[in-house]
Structures are given as structure tokens and as C-alpha cells.
Design a protein around this ligand. Structure first.
Ligand code: ADP
Length: 351
């Protein structure tokens, strides 16, 4: 079994602590994605699992083995980097088999493993080519193939699709999902792209400032976020947030034309509260309380950018091709039951 267990993992660079006591369990065969904005510590944490960064304190176990201070080569992991890091003078096949060759594996075994990886990644026709004669997507497949050939317990991906153009990213994303289904290995994948996280992960770990904000299945994070940060980070376009005021269990929201809604059970104090509504759960409605600033029509979906009576900005997602001209006055429609509530200070979810 090759699950992982991180216990109170801390990383300091000199006086600066960048990872603050991470506790995390990743199960055997799970696809776990570390996601968060730039600088949140996701690459550092991955590199600590890989053994490329020293762990300041805490413990990292892979398959019940304490590998906290083990050599990278002793951890049973293989890493795929954003920059493919292929040897330019070696063919695709030689690149993929190089690790095994260095470890003295027999030629026949290397050839069989390279052949199998090439089959999985549809690289059979390219085995004799040099990396420079490949597209970006093909090069990244070679880098993934090199990881597969090593037969690791855990695959580590560090933003592997960032260097590819939009179309190839989608293609490779599907291939990586397919690869996980086919070989069923434990995978940890770092990205700043919440769409990649949502589409690939069994389990998403949302990081901010070196802390875990929430861990959960993609739709759990989407439907039931623990705090405003996760609510705003997961989902595109991002959730709309409004200032509301609670008085005796009724929340009034000026940005929604003074609409009122029932306060959640855990909100007992009167005063400020943050209200969240997803763009797809809002619509243009009757009335003239809001102003359309801009509409984007993408064909199947349109986004309307509105200004509310209190100056707040609102995004509404529509599934028609209507485009009210900028400056049009409109009302707004939503179901108050769809609103989520957050503590105005701590940003914790109020349920
Ligand atoms: P991410 O991958 O989420 O963009 P990183 O893991 O690369 O973030 O970085 C996390 C934090 O650690 C950042 O604030 C970064 O500036 C800091 N950091 C990374 N490497 C070093 C280093 N060698 N020395 C000091 N600080 C570092």
C-alpha cells in the first residue's frame, strides 16, 4: 500500500516559516491535488514529499515508511516537472529508460517497461525521435513516461501543464485522468488552476499562506465550503460576495436591492455578515435596481457584469444569448435558499 501520511509538517527557510504544521492523509490510489494561489506553499510541500526540500520538522510517511529525511531515490516517488527536463541528445525511448539503465536494470526489462509506458501514452511511433522534434504535449508525455517506467509508488506532478497552450492543456488533463484510471497509482498533483483541481482530483487540498484551508472531494468544496476563501477560489466565475446586516435573524443585503433572507442557525449576533451567491444561481430579473456594465456572450453561456445599488459588482451567468446593452437597468433574480453566509471578520462559514 502506498498511501501518504503527513503529520505536523513544517518548513522554514531561515527565520521564515512557509509551511505551518500540515496534517494530511492521502489514501492508496488516490488522486490528490494541492491547489492555491501563487506562493501558498503547494510546490514546497510537494518537493518536501519528493525529498527535494528538507523537512524542518514533522513526519512524512509513504506506505507506512517514515521517509521524512530519506533520499529522494529511496522514497518510491517519481516527479514530473513543469519544464519537462528531458535530455536533448537522447531519443524518447532512451529518455524514458534512462533511470532504469543508471540503476543497472537489464536491457530486456528496460525495453519492456519503456514499451509499456509508450503504449499507455501513445508514444510508440516516437520512440526514436529526439525531444526537439516533439510538440510540447508530446514532450510532457515523455516526461510522464519516464515516471511510469520507474514504477513508483507515488507520482508527483508539479504544475505539469503550465507550459502548454489552452487546447493542449485540456487534452493532457484528460490523458492524465485516463492514466490514473489505468494504472491506479497514488498521485499528488500541484496546480494553481482550480479547473484542473476540480476535474482531476479525488481529493483537493486548498492551501493558503502555508495553511490548509479545506480538504475534500471537488464537489464537497464547491457545494459546502468551510470558509469564504474556498468558496471564492473554487468555481468559475467566482462566487459573488455581498455585505449583509443581521437583525434578529433576518439578513438584509443592500447589493441585492435590500432583499432579506433568513440568517443561518449559527448566526446569533446582530451586525455584519458576508453573503455569497454563485453567478449560475442568479439571473437578470424584473426591475431597475441594477445596471449592466458589460455582457460577454460565449455561445452556450453568457456572463453579465452588473453594478448593484450600493456599488457592489455582481456577475450573473445566463444560458441564453441575450445581451442587454451597457447601461441597461435591470432587476436581479435569485433564490434566497442558495445563499451561503460567512463571518464578516473570520470569514468562516456560518451554517
Ligand atoms: P507555490 O508553489 O504555492 O506558488 P511555493 O511553495 O513555491 O509556492 O512557495 C511558498 C512560499 O515559500 C513563498 O512565500 C515563497 O516565497 C517561499 N519560498 C520558496 N522557496 C524559498 C526559498 N528558497 N527561500 C525562502 N523562501 C522561499
Amino acid at each position: 500500500m502506498s498511501g501518504l501520511q503527513l503529520s505536523n509538517v513544517i518548513k522554514r527557510y531561515g527565520q521564515t516559516q512557509v509551511i505551518h504544521g500540515i496534517d494530511l492523509e492521502i489514501e492508496h490510489g488516490e488522486f490528490c491535488v494541492f491547489v492555491g494561489p501563487s506562493g501558498c506553499g503547494k510546490s514546497t510541500l510537494l518537493r518536501m514529499v519528493a525529498g527535494l526540500e528538507e523537512t524542518t520538522s514533522g513526519q512524512i510517511e509513504i506506505g507506512k515508511r517514515d521517509v521524512t529525511h530519506a533520499d529522494p531515490a529511496q522514497r518510491g516517488v517519481a516527479m514530473v516537472f513543469q519544464t519537462y527536463a528531458l535530455y536533448p541528445h537522447m531519443s524518447v525511448g532512451e529518455n524514458m529508460g534512462f533511470g532504469l539503465k543508471m540503476n543497472g536494470h537489464p536491457k530486456a526489462e528496460i525495453s519492456e517497461k519503456v514499451g509499456e509506458a509508450a503504449r499507455i501514452l501513445k508514444l510508440e511511433d516516437y520512440l526514436d525521435r529526439k525531444p526537439k522534434a516533439l510538440s510540447g504535449g508530446q514532450r510532457q508525455r515523455v516526461a510522464i513516461g519516464r515516471a511510469i517506467v520507474r514504477g513508483p509508488e507515488v507520482f508527483l506532478f508539479d504544475e505539469p501543464l503550465s507550459n502548454l497552450d489552452a487546447e493542449l492543456r485540456v487534452e493532457m488533463r484528460v490523458e492524465i485522468a485516463r492514466l490514473h484510471n489505468e494504472i491506479g497509482a497514488t498521485m499528488i498533483y500541484v496546480t494553481h488552476d482550480q479547473v484542473e483541481a476540480m476535474t482531476l482530483a479525488d481529493k483537493i487540498v486548498v492551501l493558503r499562506g502555508g495553511y490548509i484551508e479545506q480538504v475534500g472531494a471537488p464537489l464537497t468544496l464547491y457545494n459546502d465550503p468551510d470558509n469564504k476563501f474556498v468558496a471564492g477560489f473554487i468555481g468559475s466565475p467566482a462566487m459573488n460576495f455581498f455585505d449583509g446586516t443581521n437583525a434578529g435573524g433576518t439578513v438584509t443585503v443592500p447589493a441585492l436591492g435590500g432583499a432579506t433572507m433568513r440568517a443561518p442557525a449559527s448566526l446569533t449576533a446582530d451586525g455584519s455578515v458576508t453573503v455569497g451567491l454563485r453567478p449560475n444561481l442568479m439571473a437578470l430579473g424584473d426591475g431597475d435596481s441594477h445596471v449592466v456594465d458589460l455582457s460577454e456572450r460565449l455561445g452556450g453561456v453568457s456572463y453579465h457584469y452588473l453594478t448593484a445599488p450600493d456599488g457592489a459588482r455582481i456577475v450573473v451567468e445566463a444560458h441564453d444569448q441575450a445581451a442587454p446593452p451597457p447601461g441597461t437597468k435591470t432587476g436581479i433574480a435569485f433564490n434566497a435558499d442558495d445563499a451561503l453566509f460567512f463571518d464578516a471578520k473570520t470569514e468562516a462559514r456560518l451554517r
